[in-house]
Write a protein that binds this ligand. Structure first.
Ligand code: TYC
Length: 124
């Protein structure tokens, strides 16, 4: 058995680009406010590594290669930037992935007995 619509839809669909209107009981038309729903891209987080006086450069390079998927050359450049500037960005990720990277780095540093610190912060 086929079912057929017996009534037209109460709110007609609005064609793209047209102005939505509705008809009041008195017969006049009023323009409805158009509200375009904007989906924002997710907030991203940068993992920032901090300099200290004790963690060996070689360990930092190894960590950056291992957890931030950089080759040796890139990892060395990032490590030197941190060493010279006090801090540097190792990568940009979604919030959960950034938090996991921070945990992994802090865990590896702690196990190796180094005071290396890193944090995640929202990208402006
Ligand atoms: N400053 C350290 C040293 O001279 C090296 C270092 C670089 C430490 C980067 C931490 O995030 C860091 N051994």
């Amino acid at each position: 058995m086929k079912f057929m619509a017996t009534k037209p839809p109460t709110t007609p669909p609005v064609a793209p680009g047209s102005t939505p209107t509705t008809t009041r009981e008195d017969g006049d038309s009023v323009v409805l406010e158009r509200r375009t729903q904007k989906v924002q891209p997710p907030q991203m987080y940068q993992v920032v590594m901090l300099n200290d006086d004790y963690t060996p450069m070689e360990f930092v390079v190894m960590v950056i290669q291992e957890y931030f998927s950089k080759d040796r050359e890139q990892a060395t450049q990032i490590m030197l930037k941190i060493h010279l500037d006090g801090k540097g960005v190792c990568g940009v990720y979604s919030r959960d992935v950034a938090a996991t990277k921070v945990d992994q780095v802090m865990d590896a540093a702690g196990k190796a007995g180094h005071p290396l610190q890193c944090v995640s912060e929202p990208v402006e």
